[in-house]
Design a protein around this ligand. Structure first.
Ligand code: SF4
Length: 359
C-alpha cells in the first residue's frame, strides 16, 4: 500500500501485524490528509474480521418519553413535564409498536422525574410477554445511573431485575464524549461520569448483558478528545469484554446549533475508519445510516464499518434533532444500500446471530 502521508507507513506496518495502535497513532490518523490511505487500512482491518459481510437488523426504536430532568446542550429531544411537545407513552402504546417481523427493540428515553423504576420493569416485562421472540435492548448506562440517583437502586440490582424481566442487551448512549471539559461546557456533567458509565457497562458484562458504546462527535470536541474517548473504551473492553458494537454518532445541529452545520461526510468516514483501527477489541463498528445518510453509509462500508443498524421506524430522538433521512427504511432499502457498496448483506438479530445471508 502506498500513502501520500509518510506518517501512515509505520502505522500500516502495525495494522498488518495486528499490533495495537497507540493514542499518538490515533491522533495521526485523525489528522492525516490521506483520507483514502486511512480508509484502505480500516477496510483491511474490517475485511480481515468479516470478509465482505455487512450486517443489518430489523428493529424498532421506542422512546417511552421525552420528558427529562436534564438539559444537555446538544439535545433537541427533551422537554419538561407539561411543556408543549412533551409526551409519555403508556405500556400498551409501547407493546403495540412492536410488529411481528421485528427482531430487536431498542428502548431509550428521557430521565423522567416521576416514573418509578418498577414502571420500566413493567415495560420490559410486557413487551417480553407479548413478543417472546423479540430481543430487548434497553436503557443507557446514564439511565441506569439515574435509577440510582432518583430511586437509590444500585446498578447491579437494576440490571439484575431488568434482565429477569426480559432485557438482553444495552445500547451505548449516554457517554457522549468522555471529557470533563465538554461535560461542563455542554451541561452533561449532571449525568453518569466516564468512570460511572464504564463501571455500569462492566457490571452489565459481568451479568452476561452485552452492550454497545457510542461517541457523539462533530460538535466542539477536539481530535485529542475523540482519541481519549476511544482509548478509554478500548481499556474497558480489555477489562470486561462485553461490548459488541461501537456506534459513532454525528452531532445533529437541529435547533441547538452548537456548530453551524453537521460535520461533513469526510469527517464521518474518517471517524469510522479511526474507530475501526483503534478499537481492535470491538467486534463491530457501525455506520449509523439514520444520522449520516444512505450515501455516506454506503461509502463507509469501505472505511471499516461492518454494520448499518436497522429499520428504526419512529426514531424520534434523531428526527426531532433534524436528521434528514426518512424513518421506516424497509429491508429492501437496507439491502440496496449494502449491495450498492458491493458488500454481502447479512441479516442479524440483536446478538449477531445470523438470520439470513442475502445475495
Ligand atoms: S440527551 Fe438524554 S439526558 Fe440529556 S437532555 Fe436529552 S434526553 Fe435528557
Amino acid at each position: 500500500m502506498r500513502f501520500s502521508d509518510p506518517r501512515l507507513e509505520p502505522i500500516w506496518e502495525k495494522v498488518r501485524a495486528s499490533e495495537r495502535l497507540s493514542p499518538e497513532n490515533g491522533l495521526t490518523l485523525f489528522e492525516t490528509p490521506d483520507l483514502l490511505g486511512l480508509g484502505r487500512m480500516a477496510d483491511h482491518a474490517k475485511t480481515r474480521r468479516e470478509g465482505e459481510r455487512v450486517y443489518f437488523v430489523i428493529n424498532r426504536h421506542i422512546t417511552p418519553t421525552n420528558v427529562c430532568v436534564l438539559s444537555c446542550a446538544f439535545c433537541d429531544f427533551a422537554r419538561k413535564k407539561g411543556q408543549a411537545g412533551a409526551y409519555e407513552h403508556t405500556i400498551e402504546d409501547m407493546v403495540g409498536m412492536v410488529r411481528a417481523e421485528v427482531r430487536e427493540v431498542h428502548i431509550v428515553g428521557g430521565h423522567h422525574p416521576d416514573w418509578p423504576f418498577e414502571y420500566y420493569e413493567r415495560v420490559i416485562g410486557a413487551i417480553r410477554a407479548a413478543h417472546p421472540g423479540v430481543q430487548i435492548k434497553a436503557f443507557t448506562a446514564a439511565e441506569i445511573d439515574y435509577f440510582w440517583r432518583r430511586w437509590k437502586i444500585e446498578p447491579r440490582e437494576a440490571l439484575t431485575r431488568l434482565k429477569a424481566a426480559g432485557l438482553q442487551s444495552m445500547p451505548g448512549g449516554g457517554a457522549e464524549i468522555f471529557s470533563p471539559r465538554l461535560a461542563k461546557l455542554l451541561r452533561y456533567n449532571t449525568k453518569a461520569a466516564p468512570e460511572r458509565w464504564c463501571e455500569i457497562h462492566g457490571i452489565a458484562h459481568a451479568l452476561g448483558i452485552r452492550t454497545n458504546a457510542t461517541m457523539l462527535y462533530g460538535h466542539v470536541e477536539t481530535l485529542a478528545e475523540r482519541v481519549e474517548h476511544l482509548i478509554r473504551l478500548r481499556e474497558q473492553q480489555d477489562a470486561s469484554g462485553g461490548f459488541l458494537t461501537f456506534v459513532p454518532l454525528a452531532y445533529q445541529t437541529g435547533t441547538t446549533k452548537l456548530v453551524p452545520r453537521q460535520t461533513p461526510p469526510t469527517d464521518s468516514l474518517r471517524t469510522i475508519a479511526v474507530s475501526r483501527l483503534l478499537l481492535d477489541n470491538f467486534p463491530h463498528v457501525e455506520a449509523y445510516w439514520v444520522v449520516i445518510g444512505e450515501e455516506t453509509t454506503s461509502v463507509a462500508l469501505h472505511f471499516g464499518a461492518d454494520d448499518v443498524n436497522g429499520t428504526l421506524e419512529d426514531e424520534r430522538i434523531q428526527h426531532m434533532a433534524g436528521a434528514q433521512t426518512p424513518a421506516g427504511l424497509a429491508r429492501e432499502q437496507l439491502l440496496r444500500m449494502i449491495r450498492d457498496a458491493g458488500k454481502q448483506p447479512v441479516e442479524r438479530d440483536a446478538l449477531y446471530n445470523v438470520v439470513q445471508v442475502w445475495n
